[in-house]
Structure formats: structure tokens, C-alpha cells
Design a binder for this molecule. Structure first.
Ligand SMILES: [Mg+2]
Length: 232
């Protein structure tokens, strides 16, 4: 390492990583759109049953539809409309539910990365509109650009979302460092050939995240480990 970080890009997750707290309106949006598009009356318990943490919104939808007995071909055929309805339903109700709050050091940690010449982009299971709306509501607007990063409507498989984010940035897998909070972020990073720093600010303790290259207590620690991997 020569002291610069040519090409390194931090690919940052949202729920449990940049934002803390349950994304209630987002989950309800997914469920309400399922009624609109498929006539499936799912509830929060059905959402919880598919273990949504770290999954893409597309995968969450497909798993819930399968659990409800919707034939795969019908489920797939309605997905684009379901994504549109999810965004619409979410925007209708976003103001009626508690808003996840920004990690206290989120903006500072992203500034730290930028000052070190590390690019940042989102890699999240959230649909793009919802991702940016949630960040804006939490006071983290303007850090990440639309059209960059990878989102839960881009692919079912999270590793593919990582590959898409890298391609949009013109970055090689070896330059990518995922920052996320679930074992599925770690698996996605491995699947795409990236390094991964796991933060313990989501639902998973350090023990469950030991497959990461680094486990960090917060985003500042995570950013420091991206800037200087040998410091850990
Ligand atoms: Mg997460």
C-alpha cells in the first residue's frame, strides 16, 4: 500500500448500518402492495416469517408470495408492478410511522471515507426510491446519488446487487468493500469477490458476523478499517 487508495469503493448498507430502528412503513408498503397486485392478504407476521434482514426487496416479495401459494410464474410476472406499488404505498404511509434514525456517526464516517479518497455508494436490499427517501427523512440526504449503487429492485440475489453497484461505478470486485450488518451482507460480499466490514449496530452480535474481514462497533471504526485495513 502506497498511502493512497486508488479505486477503493465502500458499498454501504442502509437498515441496521446507516439507519437504526425498524423500517415499519417500508415493511407495510411491501405487504399492502401485495394485496394491490396479487390479492394476497399478508400481514407483518408473514413478513417476519421470511426473515427479511439482509434480503433484497425482490427476494422478500418472492418468498412471501411462495409462502402464500402464488405460482412462481404469476409471482414473477407481477414483480415490476409490485415494486411500483410498494413505493407508492410506502410514500402514502411513511409519515404515519416512526422513522429509523441515522447512526450518530453516519455523516462523519462517510466524510472520513471521502477525505481519504474512498468512493461510497449504496448496496441495499431497499428499492431505490425507498432507500433515498428513508435516508432523506433521517437527515442523510445528499450523500449518495441516485443511479449509483445497487438496490433491492435490481436483482433478487444480493451478490448480484453488489456486482451491479460495482459495474455502475466502473470498479473491480477487488476494490469493493461492503459495509453491512447481517450475515447476508457478508455472503453477498463473498459471492461478488469483495472485502466486507460488518457493524454490530443491527440485529446481529459480533459472534454472528465473524465471517467478515473486520467486525466494527460503529461506522467510524468501519471507515477507519476501510482506509487502513492493516490497522485492524
Ligand atoms: Mg442491513
Amino acid at each position: 500500500m502506497d498511502g493512497t487508495l486508488p479505486g477503493v469503493i465502500a458499498l454501504v448498507d442502509i437498515d441496521g448500518t446507516l439507519l437504526h430502528g425498524r423500517p415499519v412503513a417500508h415493511g407495510l408498503g411491501l405487504v399492502l402492495a401485495m394485496r394491490d397486485v396479487y390479492g394476497v392478504h399478508a400481514g407483518e407476521a408473514d413478513l417476519v416469517a421470511v426473515s427479511p434482514g439482509g434480503r433484497t426487496d425482490l427476494e422478500i416479495g418472492l418468498r412471501m408470495l411462495t409462502a402464500a401459494g402464488v405460482p412462481e410464474a404469476d409471482a414473477v410476472a407481477g414483480l415490476a408492478e409490485w415494486c411500483e406499488r410498494t413505493v407508492a404505498r410506502y410514500l402514502e404511509i411513511a409519515g404515519d410511522h416512526p422513522v429509523p434514525s441515522a447512526a450518530a456517526d453516519a455523516r462523519d464516517a462517510m466524510d472520513l471515507l471521502a477525505a481519504a479518497g474512498v468512493r461510497t455508494a449504496l448496496v441495499t436490499g431497499n428499492l431505490e426510491e425507498i432507500a433515498h427517501h428513508k435516508l432523506e427523512l433521517a437527515g442523510l440526504g445528499g450523500i449518495f446519488r441516485r443511479g449509483e449503487g445497487g438496490y433491492g429492485g435490481d436483482a433478487v440475489e444480493r451478490a448480484e446487487v453488489v456486482r451491479i453497484a460495482l459495474a455502475r461505478a466502473g470498479a473491480a470486485p477487488a476494490d469493493g468493500v461492503i459495509i453491512g450488518d447481517t450475515p447476508r451482507d457478508i455472503a453477498a460480499a463473498r459471492g461478488a469477490g469483495c472485502r466486507v466490514v460488518a457493524v454490530t449496530t443491527g440485529a446481529f452480535p459480533a459472534d454472528a458476523l465473524r465471517g467478515a474481514d473486520v467486525v466494527a462497533a460503529n461506522l467510524t471504526q468501519a471507515a477507519r478499517s476501510v482506509i487502513d485495513p492493516e490497522s485492524q
